[in-house]
Design a binder for this molecule. Structure first.
Ligand code: SF4
Ligand code: ZN
Length: 314
């Protein structure tokens, strides 16, 4: 991330990172300190831990979730707040099982309990099983992309598992890049689900409160922080990622960012400055969330999206 022959803008040590939007070069220590300071500031500014007693931390085993767990352990544990990591195993061959050992090893090191929930046990089918059905055209399966099934089922499981362990917060590892991409995808598809991106909260009060302490930190900086901290991280890409819309949006935003540094922050700020107006407009005429007639989880209709998708597999 840093150019060659560069020194830290704050001391004379060798720079390891260049933050183009801040025109700053930072050495190991100043960079790590900067990431930690920004995460703490976000937590404080958005009152993410106020009144919290037990936080469920969504773990994927990847670098974002490892950094999230590590930083929350640094910030929340001294405040007497309990942490439990929750990992959703979707059942994607050659992918999730490669990073589960990394999640286990960090949880063990930090002495944070880890709860693993699986699609197979909860829905009787792994994501691979669901996609096989889709390709064969069996069942009443809709032509939904793998990421739609994966995202809806994963959100449902995380919400349920968080309630089961009695946690009052669900921490998610979304970074600046995730936020900018999701915002742009929502705009391009004219979707009404923007409130799901809220740094604090959810899209309905009945959902466990979600917090996103890393939402203002760029993905590259989280990756570098993970390397500097020595977290083990195997890079494996989900085989279904090519089927999604996100890779195109990611490439487009990354191109813009390299030509116009600060684009990702501008997209995030655009979302933050309009989200309340969007939320008021979107909630007009909408009923308060009620319980899904099948599973009891929150929904604005009669049946939640997860149960609707599960129905398509019968
Ligand atoms: Fe799930 Fe899509 Fe992410 Fe793969 S790329 S883990 S299918 S959301
Ligand atoms: Zn349901």
């Amino acid at each position: 991330m840093a150019g060659k022959d560069t020194v830290c803008s704050l001391c004379k040590n060798k720079a390891v990172a260049y933050l183009p939007y801040a025109e700053q070069r930072l050495c190991n220590d100043h960079f790590a300190h900067s990431v930690e300071r920004r995460a703490k500031r976000t937590v404080r500014e958005y009152k993410m831990l106020d009144g919290a007693k037990h936080i469920a931390v969504a773990m994927s085993g990847g670098k974002d979730s490892q950094v999230l767990l590590y930083l929350l352990h640094e910030i929340a544990s001294p405040m007497g707040i309990r942490l439990t990591a929750i990992l959703v195993d979707e059942g994607i061959k050659g992918y999730r099982e490669k990073v589960i050992p990394e999640a286990k090893s960090l949880c063990k090191e930090l002495k944070v309990p880890l709860k693993i929930v699986t699609f197979k046990r909860s829905f009787k089918r792994s994501l691979d099983d669901i996609m096989k059905l889709k390709r064969k055209g069996e069942g009443n399966l809709r032509q939904e992309a793998s990421c739609t099934y994966c995202g809806v089922l994963r959100r449902w499981l995380l919400n349920k598992a968080t309630k089961e362990i009695g946690a009052d917060r669900l921490a998610l590892g979304h970074n600046l890049d995730d936020m900018a991409q999701s915002y742009m995808m929502n705009m391009l598809r004219n979707e009404q689900s923007l409130m799901r991106l809220n740094p604090v909260g959810g899209d309905a009060e009945a959902f466990v409160m979600r917090i996103r302490p890393l939402f203002r930190i760029p993905e590259k900086e989280i990756a570098l922080y993970a390397v500097l901290k020595g977290f083990k991280s195997t890079f494996v890409e989900c085989p279904y990622v090519v089927e999604g819309f996100r890779p195109y949006v990611r490439g487009f935003i990354n191109d813009l960012e390299s030509k116009y540094p600060g684009t990702k922050f501008k997209l995030l700020n655009s979302y933050l400055s309009t989200k309340d107006a969007i939320s008021v407009a979107a909630s007009k005429g909408k009923r308060a969330p009620n319980s899904c007639g099948k599973c009891g989880e929150p929904t604005s209709g009669k049946i939640c999206k997860c149960c609707e998708l599960i129905e398509t597999l019968k």
